[in-house]
Design a protein around this ligand. Structure first.
Ligand code: SF4
Length: 473
């Protein structure tokens, strides 16, 4: 997928004006976000669970070389094969070559963010192989030729009318406003593809190192069908998805599912270890695990950004973020939106092409509070901002305007001592006079006009609190 991270501001402005998108985004807070809070409240030792998960992730990421070797050995022991891909091109080549070599014509896919990151569907199409997304949201997105809007709910911005119109246009089905009819139509279409497909592609929510097991959580059962019906199963994952043991997996399943949807457990939790064995009733003849780097080593090598690899892609930070809830997923211009996307995307695609993303945050800390593994997202956003303004890797990418620098210097001086603060407020009271209407500053002159484009400011009062207190007012 070609990143459009440079166009964040245009994408955000479009989304803010899109009433339908705003309505869907509002639903995230009262839906997923509220459900997560209820689930956390109802889970004993929730905070200890978060601490424990963070410690496991920190340990795994620090010893990633050891656990990657362990996964490779255990997948091989179970009869599968691991391929380490340095970048998206290598991963695509491996998967497409494999499909071609095995004469595959149709590939069914369960939700995989990494395959989105690789642009795998386009590579299949170019090779004359039909890729079919089987997660309902991803299927809608594929038909609409769009990218996912949300990590967990890729088609959250589409209403039932949108989906009905899309199905009518692309599949020839009768228009309907019943969700059950739409689900039935998708199932009818997909059932044929499940039967035809020779290769199933899945992501991996977790990969357990001690057994070489790939774990997938879904609510639709499509992941289980993708791993058991076709004769070849290829799981594609980022190298950060490893957990050391089955015992650790229990901790992460509790956190992931509650944080993503507020459920205690999803309808399906599928664990796959290697291909079908001789006494298994079903399962693939071949199993391949593709572990993708694609820039993650850069995160690993940077101690200030490394903790972004702890992410379990639950989407809780998106639902909590006041910026994401206004600008939606497409504004971020790549696969990973929201607060964690504002860190991961610039590093994976190039900070110079994503210079607005680290600024797409009010630094309120809601993301950090929501994150089940306590990732300190605001701190890392500041690291990227510092890199853009003071670093040498992207010279001139983000120049702070002279007026803004002067204003910040003045602000710092004013707040360093009472005398300066008194002087500054006295000056402000005089300067603001021509701008004040009914106690508010409605429009500032350039270069500060941006501050009042969407809001007004309270004017400085005639008397300070201290002087009123002294006079007993
Ligand atoms: S950063 Fe935390 S809250 Fe956001 S998706 Fe990752 S694990 Fe979930």
């Amino acid at each position: 997928m070609e990143p459009k991270t440079k166009q964040f501001n245009q994408g955000a402005a479009l989304a803010i004006r899109d009433e339908k998108a705003q309505k869907s985004l509002l639903g995230l807070y009262h839906g997923f976000h509220a459900a997560r809070l209820r689930a956390a409240d109802a889970t004993p030792n929730w905070e200890e669970l978060r601490d424990h998960a963070r410690a496991i992730k920190a340990h795994t990421v620090e010893h990633l070389d050891y656990y990657l070797a362990q996964v490779e050995a255990n997948v091989a022991k179970a009869g599968g094969k691991v391929f380490f891909a340095a970048d998206a091109a290598e991963a695509n080549k491996y998967v497409v070559d494999l499909a071609k070599a095995r004469g595959v014509k149709v590939v069914i896919k369960s939700k995989s963010m990494v395959s989105e990151e690789m642009g795998l569907n386009h590579q299949f199409e170019a090779a004359g192989i039909e890729p079919v997304e089987t997660d309902l949201g991803e299927y809608v997105i594929q038909l609409a030729e769009e990218t996912p809007y949300h990590i967990v709910a890729p088609a959250i911005h589409k209403s039932r009318q949108d989906v009905s119109e899309l199905f009518h246009r692309k599949l020839g089905s009768a228009p309907t406003d019943k969700i059950t009819d739409l689900g039935r139509e998708a199932r009818r279409q997909l059932r044929q593809k499940f039967i035809q497909a020779d290769m199933g592609i899945t992501g991996a929510n977790f990969v357990v190192a001690e057994t070489g097991t790939v774990v997938i959580v879904t609510n639709e059962g499509n992941g289980r069908m993708c791993t058991s019906m076709p004769r070849i199963h290829v799981a594609i994952t980022g190298m950060e998805k490893l957990v050391p043991s089955m015992k650790d997996l229990g901790t992460f399943l509790r956190l992931l599912i509650r944080s993503a949807t507020g459920q205690r457990i999803t309808s399906y939790v599928t664990a796959v270890t290697g291909p079908r064995r001789s006494n298994d009733e079903d399962g693939p003849e071949e199993f391949h695990l593709v572990i993708v780097d694609n820039g993650r080593s850069r995160l690993l090598a940077n101690p200030e950004l490394r903790e972004s690899l702890y992410c379990i892609r639950c989407g809780a930070c998106l639902n909590a973020c006041p910026v994401y809830r206004k600008v939606g997923g497409h504004a971020y211009g790549w696969v990973y939106p929201g607060p964690i996307g504002a860190i991961v995307s610039p590093v994976l695609t190039g900070l110079g092409d994503a210079k607005d993303l680290p600024y797409a945050s009010s630094l309120c800390g809601a993301c950090r509070e929501a994150c089940p593994v306590r990732i300190n997202i605001p701190r890392m956003l500041l690291v990227l901002r510092r890199e853009l303004t003071e670093g040498t890797a992207y010279p001139g990418q983000r120049r702070v305007a002279l007026a803004e620098r002067m204003a910040m210097r003045g602000y710092r001086m004013a707040f360093q001592g009472r005398m300066f603060l008194g002087l500054a407020t006295a000056t402000g009271r005089v300067v603001q006079r021509p701008l004040v209407r009914k106690g508010r500053i409605r429009r500032m002159p350039p270069p500060l006009s941006g501050w009042t484009r969407y809001r007004t400011f309270p004017a400085l009062p005639k008397h300070s609190f201290r002087s009123r207190w002294k006079r007993g007012l």
